[in-house]
Design a binder for this molecule. Structure first.
Ligand code: AMP
Length: 279
């Protein structure tokens, strides 16, 4: 049975008891509307910890767009059923007042790696992420936290945050889970029309083609420009970014002298898709 807990005090007592008996506690922070990507993190957590908490909290502080927050899908009954099936011990689903009570006055802000890419297009987003992760790590007292590579920059930000503040938690990155057609799973995908859903996987295939060209020695800028043209011609909306960045520090990469990652964000209808792959 997965226990639903909404209050930090109740969670704290539960976790304290687990820890007294020597158990390692893993946490998977999510915003709910769970899919196989989230469940893969829950499975990794089960393998690598004795007790698993999945948090479901649609964090207003990390949304830079009110209508995106309004339209964010929510389905707690289904989330609970999925977590039961994975043998998750606790679904921690606090209300906004539990996380940000009256008088809450702290913002956690990571410099540097938060500036490009998502940071440039979603002002304040990573402050919201860093603040809520700090809260969730404090409230759950977990020893391990599992994050998806789907949100590559977020994973780097959380790693930096926990390193910088000596938080007693290990951050574990897990691979992106995709539909059979290559589309990275995302809670927002339910907002795609049937037609958009058919086009969406082109993002991943165009990125893979560009990555292959770069590995074959085609100059990075040319390969990325061709990919941008292809995405436009295929019928995608505005491209926020399509870039090659170093794995270490997310610096712009003009060749493969260092391990690199290709990252993209693009609009399709009123849904913003993000993806990233190793190059
Ligand atoms: P979200 O609910 O979108 O905030 O995501 C919660 C966690 O699930 C984050 O660590 C995401 O990176 C991860 N996640 C989301 N989609 C996927 C996916 N397709 N594959 C793997 N992890 C994912």
């Amino acid at each position: 049975m997965t226990q639903v807990i909404r209050k930090a005090a109740e969670l704290r007592d539960k976790v304290a008891a687990w820890k007294r008996s020597g158990m390692l506690v893993g946490v998977v922070p999510t915003m709910g509307a769970l899919h196989d990507g989230h469940l893969s993190l829950a499975r990794a957590a089960r393998k690598q910890s004795d007790r698993v908490i999945v948090t479901v909290f649609v964090n207003p502080m990390q949304f830079n767009n009110a209508s995106d927050l309004d339209k964010y899908p929510r389905d707690e009954a289904q989330d609970l059923a999925l977590l039961e099936a994975e043998g998750v011990d606790v679904l921690f689903a606090p209300g906004v007042d539990e996380v940000y009570p009256d008088g809450f006055a702290t913002t956690v802000s990571v410099a540097g790696i938060t500036e490009p890419l998502e940071g440039a297009f979603r002002p304040g987003h990573f402050d919201g992420v860093a603040t809520v992760c700090s809260k969730l790590f404090g409230m759950t007292q977990a020893g391990r936290a599992f994050f998806g590579e789907k949100d590559w920059q977020q994973l780097q930000v959380v790693q930096q945050l926990t390193r910088d503040l000596n938080m007693p938690i290990r951050i574990i990155g897990c691979p992106t889970i995709r539909e059979e057609d290559g589309l990275a799973m995302s809670s927002r995908n339910v907002r795609l029309t049937a037609e958009e859903h058919e086009l969406a996987p082109r993002l991943h295939s165009v990125m893979q083609e560009a990555a292959a060209k770069i590995r074959d020695g085609v100059p990075v800028e040319g390969a990325l420009n061709d990919a941008k043209t292809e995405l436009k011609d295929a019928g995608f909306g505005a491209l926020d970014y399509l870039e090659l960045r170093t794995v270490d520090g997310l610096k712009p990469a003009t060749d493969l002298a260092e391990p690199a990652r290709m990252l993209a964000a693009i609009w399709l209808g009123d849904v913003r898709l993000i993806d990233n792959i190793a190059v």
